[in-house]
Design a protein around this ligand. Structure first.
Ligand code: HEM
Ligand SMILES: Nc1ncnc2c1ncn2[C@@H]1O[C@H](COP(=O)(O)OP(=O)(O)OP(=O)(O)O)[C@@H](O)[C@H]1O
Ligand SMILES: [Mg+2]
Length: 456
């Protein structure tokens, strides 16, 4: 064991320049020297030959050398303790396996502790090995910065594996009880003083592991938050670009489309009513209408108008939308019912936008019910909030579809554009409301819209 001051200074245990520069928590210089690792049997302090950085940090951790020195001071851990512990090395060595078995038997009895070992038996075995090494290390006699650093690693690993922090307290208690038993029964001289030293070291261990656990845990949280924020930013930049592109493209398409439509209608008007080409013309006009609707959707999505708020009767609007849906040939057979509370006060909204919102939701529900199922639309008013729910018993969504349903251009329908729900979300957000979606594959979907009934 090397207790020389050079080694202590190299390891950073002893403060680099003048000890008086460091806070000593009111302790005398002698006491301070003992606490920072000076062996009790050595005399005064020699000047440092090489001056290492006084506050060494480990990794990105806030736990640094000053923290370690301060801890030793607080706990009163000194060179005498180091000697005591080192003298127990030979005593504990033959019992390391016994201590480890005892600890792991206790640990693995608890199902929630076992659940931490997601790597199964191989990981449990690995922990047994590193734990045994840790027990040996307790008695190695050198409680320097390398020792301290090894303890910081443990805290970090425990954060990585998701070990709940409070396990550390109960674990230390189990280790402490077992080591006391081993040491007392060995008949080693001066056992009580040595146990005192061991107790101090275990307190030090717990404090370092908890501190580094806290550090790494908050660091991980910060990193996760940053990743989420960055992803959100990239996505919104991406959407803004798509929006710009879509808007200019839609403008380019709109006018030629109107021109084509007009020209075709001129041709149609020149044909006899029973001309066989009439059906081709109808097909062309149908496709042009579809394109026109898509272009309009694109424009609404990319360049939404700010809402013009007016009092709106939500129930009447819903009935109007439902009537229109019933008229659509392919959706004629889907039963739709509107259930409204008798008293739904007028809601301050942009009536045209809200009509589009309800239309998109009802159309989605109707498409989902083509192979069977019904649609119920509920309208109510709760705590100055208008609530509109479109409930269908259609095909429902898989978790993947649900996750992406509000993404622009995401569609599972051959004739879909994938702008229905993104437009709904934009409209609801412009009205300072909320839109939520619950869906189960094979059972159906519920979309709930809440709109404030107070004027902004
Ligand atoms: C006194 C208590 C404990 C000590 C001294 C201890 C010690 C250690 C050490 C030294 C490592 C290796 C650290 C490294 O990567 O450098 C480790 C890893 C680990 N510990 Fe602990 N541990 C304790 C309690 C626990 C508890 C209570 C659990 C679970 C509930 C646990 C689960 C693990 C797991 C899963 C690993 C990762 C093994 C791997 O590398 O895959 N430990 N522990
Ligand atoms: N009520 C619903 N039931 C099951 N799936 C739904 C429902 N509403 C939406 N979806 C799923 O979400 C996707 C996106 O819906 P969205 O309304 O945005 O686009 P779309 O209906 O495919 O096309 P369009 O732009 O014509 O509305 C749909 O393709 C469908 O897979
Ligand atoms: Mg849709």
């Amino acid at each position: 064991m090397d207790y020389s001051i050079e080694t202590a200074e190299k390891n950073g245990i002893v403060p680099s320049k003048s000890e008086s520069n460091l806070p000593r928590n009111g302790l005398s210089i002698d006491c301070y020297r003992r606490a920072v690792g000076r062996p009790a049997r050595e005399g005064g302090i020699r000047p440092a030959t090489k001056v290492p950085s006084r506050r060494r940090k480990f990794y990105n951790s806030g736990v640094d050398s000053a923290f370690f020195i301060d801890l030793k001071l607080r706990i009163g851990f000194d060179g005498l303790d180091a000697d005591n512990l080192h003298s127990l090395r030979e005593v504990v060595e033959p019992a390391v396996a016994e201590v480890s078995d005892h600890f792991h038997e206790w640990l693995f009895r608890d199902p929630s502790a076992r659940a931490v070992f997601t790597g199964g038996p191989a990981q449990m075995e690995k922990q047994r090995r590193v734990f045994a090494d840790w027990v040996r290390d307790l008695f190695n006699g050198a409680y320097d910065f390398e020792y301290f650093q090894r303890r910081i690693d443990i805290g970090r690993t425990h954060v990585r594996v998701g070990m709940p922090q409070h396990y550390m307290f109960t674990s230390m208690q189990v280790v402490w009880q077992k080591l006391q038993e081993v040491i007392r029964r060995s008949g080693t001289p001066n056992a009580e003083a040595k146990l005192d030293s061991l107790h101090r070291l275990l307190v030090l261990e717990t404090a370092v592991m908890l501190e580094s656990y806290k550090d790494h845990y908050s660091q991980r949280l910060r990193e996760e938050e940053r990743t989420v924020a960055e992803e959100r930013l990239t996505q919104s930049e991406h959407l803004a670009q798509i929006g710009q592109l879509a808007a200019s493209l839609a403008h380019e398409i709109k006018n030629p489309l109107a021109g084509i439509s007009g020209a075709i209608q001129v041709l149609r008007d020149q044909m006899d009513g029973d001309d066989p080409r009439q059906s081709v013309i109808r097909e062309i006009l149908g496709q042009i209408n579809r394109l026109d609707a898509t272009v309009k959707d694109l424009l609404v999505y990319a360049r939404p108008r700010p809402p013009e708020f007016r009092p709106c009767d939500l129930v009447a609007t819903t009935h109007r939308v439902v009537k229109l849906t019933r008229e659509a040939v392919s959706l004629r057979n889907v039963p739709i019912a509107v259930h409204a509370e008798s008293q739904v006060p007028p809601v301050p909204v942009d009536p045209r936008q809200i009509e589009q919102l309800i239309m998109n939701l009802v159309l989605n529900a109707a498409h989902a019910c083509k192979m069977g199922g019904r649609i119920d639309v509920y309208i109510s008013s709760v705590d100055r909030t208008a609530v509109l729910e479109v409930v269908d018993q259609g095909v429902g969504m898989t978790p993947e579809v649900r996750e992406r349903a509000f993404e622009p251009f995401f569609t599972t329908r051959a004739k879909g554009t994938g702008l229905g729900l993104p437009i709904c979300r934009k409209i609801v957000e412009a009205h300072k409301g909320t839109i939520t979606l619950h869906s189960e594959p094979g059972k159906g979907t519920t979309v709930r819209v809440e709109l404030p009934q107070t004027w902004a």
